[in-house]
Design a protein around this ligand. Structure first.
Ligand code: F6P
Length: 502
């Protein structure tokens, strides 16, 4: 029950699964034609059937010279045109050839974006700490809470700062509001003419970028066949490329591509993303678990659980099948997690002895990304201790006689998968991300849901807009359109906001 996929070794022998279940799950995958569904994605067919779009994130890491067809057109040359454009800027910033409006070297990069336009680059930037230039710091602003921008601008010299406005649609309210505020901050100190030298945009929407006031020669393009949560290998990775340099970024893309090839070619139980998907389906269907923890034993991977929350939950948090009927089974569990060993001193108690069974993905490395390797053994042995304690527990007979005896019992049989690699290199990180992308894909195929739309975020956006309009003239109107809870909370807000403003 171990798979070697590239540099990743995936041990699922501590899952509550046996040979009969594995055989049945593989039958299920064949019945759902999982392999040909993957081929349809790789052939650029419009598998995002609610939006009539191809799903082309694998094109973003297809090597130069190979083909990836979308609507019959090879998109690889266009992909590399943008990657080269990004590499030119990244190199120019790193060697001090591209400078700010006053001639000063760029030392700070502020990425303004949310969801896939934030979580991917923010996670990868942290994960590749060991490869980053010491001269350039990236910060990531996502929240429309003004505290986020304020905290991240603190201490920055505008003359040394480049803002990257990252938004696939360039209509996202939070990102545009933060970008406007950042622009004001910069223009106030360096003048309006400085904006051109200090703002670039990453988007699919040329017109909206122009309307915002960013010259489209400072725009890095991507395409509507790239889902936000799959966009880190696209122009959305620009901040990372500036920090680690184009060569390391290309290694990262190479790692993703090698997992794409594995997912397309490995058969049955040798296919790592397929097995990860089947185990998750088993856990939700047979064990009826409703959450799944991702626990990297790696400080540098601390943003990985948050990244996977969007990847998995925005993809597979669905309940309607391709024929429009409601699913009669559970789909994605809640994804959550924190790095080990910190989690051991916080939530692991519940995972060992609580009434909920929570399957876990442990992730660990043989070598530390830190220059001082000293405590990496301690880190890795703790990972092994946790998965072992969860699986095998401790029976009452092993405990000394005392009134606390029943409280000290560990039932065991708590499932986990352990994913290990020699070290967290750029290539390994690429493989890890693509592993989860493709396991999310296979889950969606087997559950017969569309993993590539996100209608579930729309209602909240609409209501925020209409509540905003209501708030604008709240005191003079009755607002019978509001439910009583929302009405009362809005009254409370206006009252307290006024007090604060006085
Ligand atoms: O609202 C959800 C979402 O569309 C995500 O799927 C996406 O990653 C995020 O918002 C940001 O969107 P954009 O890149 O268009 O600003």
């Amino acid at each position: 029950m171990t798979i070697q996929a590239g540099d990743l070794r995936i041990d699922y022998s501590k899952q509550l699964i046996d040979e009969i279940a594995i055989a049945r799950l593989l039958d299920l995958a064949s019945a759902r034609k999982a392999t040909s569904a993957f081929a349809r994605m790789a052939n650029g067919e419009p598998i995002n059937f609610t939006e009539g779009r191809a799903v082309g994130h694998m094109a973003l890491r297809t090597p130069r010279g190979e083909k990836f067809l979308i609507d019959g057109v090879d998109v690889v040359p266009a992909v590399w045109l943008v990657l080269d454009q990004m590499a030119n800027l990244a190199r120019a910033i790193r060697i001090g050839e591209f400078v700010g409006s006053t001639g000063r070297k760029i030392r700070n990069v502020v990425n303004i974006g949310i969801g896939g336009s934030d979580l991917g680059p923010a996670m990868v930037y942290e994960a590749l700490r060991g490869s980053r230039s010491p001269d350039i710091t990236c910060r990531f602003v996502s929240n429309v809470d003004p505290a986020d921008l304020e905290a991240n601008l603190a201490g920055l010299d505008p003359a040394e700062t480049l803002f990257i406005v990252a938004s696939k649609t360039f209509t996202t309210v939070e990102t545009l509001a933060n970008a406007r505020a950042a622009r004001e901050w910069l223009a106030k100190q360096l003048g309006e003419s400085a904006v051109e030298k200090h703002f670039v945009a990453l988007s699919t929407n040329t017109q909206a970028v122009r309307e915002f006031g960013i010259d489209t020669k400072n725009m890095f393009e991507f395409w509507d066949w790239v889902g936000g949560r799959f966009s880190v290998p696209s122009a959305i990775g620009l901040s990372v490329m500036i920090a680690v340099g184009p060569e390391v970024f290309f290694e990262f893309l190479g790692g993703m591509h090698s997992m794409d090839t594995h997912a397309a070619q490995a058969k049955g139980r040798a296919n790592a993303p397929l097995m990860l998907a089947l185990i998750n389906i088993w856990n939700t269907a047979a064990l009826q678990t409703s959450s799944r923890a991702i626990i990297p034993y790696s400080f540098d991977l601390r943003r990985f659980p948050a990244y996977l929350q969007q990847l998995i939950m925005e993809s597979n948090g669905k309940s309607v099948r391709s024929d429009g009927t409601r699913v009669p089974y559970a789909t994605s569990p809640v994804i959550w997690g924190e790095p080990g060993t910190n989690g051991q001193h916080a939530f692991m108690q519940l995972l060992h002895q609580g009434t909920n069974v929570v399957p876990i993905d442990f992730i660990g490395f043989a070598r530390s990304s830190a220059t001082d390797e000293a405590r990496n053994e301690l880190l890795f042995t703790n990972l092994l201790a946790q998965s072992r304690a969860l699986a095998f527990g401790r029976s009452i007979d092993e405990l000394p006689d005392s009134s606390a005896r029943p409280h000290r019992v560990f039932e065991g049989n708590r499932p986990s998968t352990t994913i290990v690699a020699p070290e967290l290199s750029a290539g390994v990180l690429g493989q890890l991300i693509a592993l989860y992308e493709h396991s999310t894909f296979f889950e969606g195929v087997i559950w017969d849901i569309n993993s590539f739309d996100q209608w579930g975020v729309e209602l909240g956006k609409e209501l925020a807009l209409s509540i905003g309009l209501t708030l604008a003239d709240f005191s003079t109107n009755d607002h019978p359109e509001l439910d009583s809870s929302t009405h009362t909370l809005l009254s409370w807000f206006t009252e307290h906001r006024q007090n604060n403003n006085q």
